[in-house]
Design a protein around this ligand. Structure first.
Ligand code: SF4
Length: 352
């Protein structure tokens, strides 16, 4: 489909006028346009990499309350940072924030896109967002909202990253780059939504090729999804809801968090065989099955079979440990059974 001709000055003026009157009031948008507080913007952009705005507001407030300045974040032990991030998922973000905070506390905030891009956990999107919002640098952002708005505006069903980047750069209003980026993101989040765009209210309607086609939601075409892999694992709950044996998790998703000792079933392995291997590793004995926890993670659906266990291993206080939702659910099985609410093993579900 060919795009409707886009007179840039009019299009920019229409979107920025809409943003000035209808843009979202968000806690990281304090301060003068183009000179936002870099710490607040940076934490928000890291949080929003994998967390939606509505859900992220609570975590953002909690994190800023725990670490109101970059110095406070840099000086905190990592377990306190992970605790403040608890429940938000994708914990590599919290570990990178902590590492980057130490660099910033020593050298000061970066002053431009390249400086932000050099920090741990900061990719091109985040660097462009912080550079435009905090320093007024003319850098266009490119996220899911931007992709959808531009694909519709130009009637492009299968936009590549390079195509979106080129269009976003060409459209950017260099006089107000921070406001422009926020405006495109807000339009995608509140008006040009994935399933039900509100085209009659849209400031870009006059130039929108997807609207002219009569089927705006056909743009962009859905991406082919990666298959979700089913995983089974066993865990031992040695202790109680107050204190239990905990181990530090490894890996990208939950690495750094504490959790119940756990072992995944290998190919052709049985529950009983895996449980015995786990007991052997810990020098523990297994008891009754407490129940199952179903847990959704990126591309994985875990079913965790939680058994009571006994051993002389040291126990840790559960309330002060940074735990994933998976482990909170597993501990919840024991608490529920201790309250005598269920006589049979339980099945509970959760996601990252
Ligand atoms: S007119 Fe509709 S499809 Fe086009 S950008 Fe606006 S909301 Fe999206």
């Amino acid at each position: 489909m060919t795009a409707i001709s886009t007179p840039l000055p009019e299009l920019r003026a229409a979107l920025l006028a809409w943003f000035d009157s209808a843009g979202r009031d968000l806690p990281w948008r304090l301060g003068t346009e183009g000179q936002r507080d870099p710490y607040r913007v940076w934490v928000a952009e890291i949080l929003l990499q994998q967390t939606q705005v509505a859900r992220g507001l609570h975590y953002y407030d909690r994190f800023l309350e725990a670490f109101p300045t970059v110095q406070a974040l840099a000086e905190a032990p990592i377990h306190e940072v992970l605790k403040a991030w608890e429940g938000c998922g994708y914990y590599a973000r919290a570990r990178n924030l902590h590492r980057a905070a130490k660099l910033i506390a020593a050298d000061g905030f970066p002053g431009n896109y390249d400086g932000w891009l050099a920090l741990p956990g900061v990719g091109p999107y985040t660097a462009a967002a912080v550079a435009s919002l905090a320093h007024g640098e003319a850098r266009a952002v490119n996220d899911g909202n931007v992709r959808r708005v531009l694909a519709r505006l130009y009637g492009q069903a299968q936009p590549t990253d390079a195509w979106i980047g080129a269009r976003a750069d060409a459209l950017l209003d260099a006089a107000r780059p921070g406001a422009w980026n926020e405006a495109v993101m807000d339009l995608g989040a509140t008006v040009c939504t994935p399933r039900a765009p509100r085209c009659p209210e849209c400031p870009l309607a006059a130039w929108c090729a997807a609207l002219a086609s009569g089927t705006p939601t056909a743009f962009p075409a859905p991406k082919v999804r990666t298959a979700v892999r089913a995983v089974e694992a066993v865990a031992l709950l040695i202790g109680d809801g107050h204190a239990a044996v905990l181990e530090r998790r490894e890996g990208k998703l939950l690495g750094g968090l504490m959790g119940l000792p756990m072992l995944e079933l290998g190919p052709d392995e049985t529950l009983q065989g895996t449980l015995e291997k786990l007991c052997c590793r810990l020098g523990a004995r297994s008891g009754e099955l407490l129940g199952q926890v179903s847990h959704s993670m990126t591309h994985r659906q875990i079913t965790l079979h939680v058994y009571a266990g006994t051993s002389d291993l040291p126990r840790q206080i559960v309330a002060t440990a940074a735990l994933s939702k998976l482990d909170h659910k597993a501990l919840g099985l024991l608490r529920t059974r201790q309250q005598g609410l269920f006589a049979e093993p339980l099945m509970q579900s959760s996601s990252v």
